[in-house]
Design a protein around this ligand. Structure first.
Ligand SMILES: [Zn+2]
Length: 431
């Protein structure tokens, strides 16, 4: 069977309203998490607000979903969720009100589905960063978000949750009992404003609220994490040594991250800060180290030195029944974007993902606990999980490079008002 014959996931099925019988089950599952973390949710300008509205939440861990459910209690919602969350449980997720989307694709169908949610007088919940934050800081938001917001013409609310990353970091998940945690829920656009406000103003207000840094929040609020292995797997996001500049040679265990090339060690405190065990401490704040790596990748791109190429194992996900092993392929990433070439059952395929089509990409660390690190590339009908077969790489670097390539593309395009990108912005921001 060739790839063309795979049954595709039905992306256009209208959203299901959350079933009444599932709602108390959801509350029973979510409220204990709120109590366990001694959670405080501060509501700003929320008095008297009833659904429908659009709720935009930051995204760090599974706990986000649980806290969101308690924050909107007792109202119904539909959640935009990625297809990989649906594997083997499509029926349940549909009944729970989830709407499926492939990550980082422009999907016009989504607009109609959100419109339906609003007509049902429910809450449309979006995690616009579209992936768990890699180091507990804000990720880029897609330009399309601001257009969607305007299109729906309903109040807009943000829910920014703090402490979820330090409690269960994406690079080594599992609850660490962080408490007390807090969130702020703010109505940033009222019903009256929604009809009048310009799209630029919508973008400005959303961006103002989507600013967070979990490690800074932990430090400033003295949130102690006693977990002994708190630095274990931190090397997944900190892949480049700031002492000797070697890449892919960091390792981590207990509360230590170290470089195998030069032997330097850094200790992670109970408040999430780093200190070198000898010599200068380059970065006490983990996101500063992470952003330094980003700057280095940007330099490589600008100087034309950035490129990645590796043999990969490819698994695709055309529907929610499970992954299909497509065998070996070749993945390259450079200033032209990603290219995946392979052969499945005698059928050659070549898929390109140009820089302009991806403002970010999704990665996984040891996906599903057994497959290893991967980058997943999405078309509107399929997702290709690519597992590089080499030790000399970091999916974190691929993610940073994708973002920086797009930013440079955007910068170039914005210089010219007649460019493809500038024109798309004008049409998006026209009301
Ligand atoms: Zn080193």
């Amino acid at each position: 069977m060739g790839q063309k014959e795979f049954k595709r996931f039905n992306m256009i099925k209208p959203p299901t309203r959350q079933r009444s019988f599932l709602m108390p089950i959801g509350w029973l599952a979510c409220f204990p998490a709120k109590w366990l973390h001694r959670y405080t949710i501060t509501k700003v300008n929320m008095e008297g607000l009833k659904p429908p509205y659009l709720l935009l939440c930051n995204h760090n861990a599974f706990l986000d979903l649980m806290i969101t459910t308690t924050a909107i209690f007792p109202h119904r919602a539909n959640y935009i969720a990625a297809i990989d969350g649906f594997i083997g449980r499509e029926w349940l997720l549909r009944q729970a009100g989830c709407i499926c989307k492939r990550k980082f694709t422009s999907d016009v169908q989504l607009l109609y589905q959100l419109r339906r949610v609003v007509k049902n007088k429910d809450i449309a919940v979006i995690f616009p960063e579209a992936r768990y934050s890699l180091c507990g800081t804000t990720s880029d938001l897609p330009d399309a978000l601001f257009g969607i917001t305007s299109y729906l013409n309903v109040p807009v609310v943000t829910l920014i949750m703090h402490g979820h990353h330090v409690n269960s970091p994406f690079w080594n998940t599992g609850g660490r009992g962080a408490k007390p945690l807090e969130a702020t829920m703010t109505q940033i656009i009222t019903a009256e404003e929604a009809a009048l406000i310009s799209n630029e103003e919508v973008a400005k207000r959303i961006k103002e609220k989507f600013v967070y840094d979990d490690f800074a929040w932990q430090r400033d609020n003295h949130i102690k994490i006693k977990y002994k292995n708190r630095a274990k797997r931190l090397h997944r996001i900190l892949y480049k040594c700031p002492n000797c500049n070697t890449e892919y040679k960091t390792e981590s265990f207990k509360n230590i991250i170290r470089c195998k090339a030069c032997g330097k060690n850094w200790i992670m405190s109970e408040y999430g800060e780093l200190s070198a065990s000898s010599g200068d401490t380059e970065f006490t704040h983990i996101p500063d180290w992470y952003e330094w790596q980003r700057d280095k990748v940007k330099e490589e791109i600008k100087e034309g030195r950035y490129s990645f190429s590796s043999k990969v194992i490819v698994r695709s996900l055309p529907n929610a029944r499970g992954h299909i092993n497509l065998g070996e392929g070749l993945l390259t990433h450079n200033s032209n974007g990603f290219k995946l070439v392979g052969n499945y059952q005698g059928e050659h395929y070549e898929i390109k993902f140009p820089v302009k089509s991806m403002y970010a990409c999704h990665i996984e660390y040891n996906y599903l606990g057994k497959y290893g690190d991967c980058v997943d590339l999405n078309t509107l009908t399929d997702t290709y999980y690519c597992y590089p077969q080499t030790d000399e790489f970091s999916v974190t670097k691929l993610a940073l490079a994708t973002e920086e390539l797009f930013k440079l593309y955007r910068e170039e395009q914005c210089k010219n008002p007649d460019s493809e990108y500038s024109k798309s912005l004008v049409s998006r921001f026209r009301k």
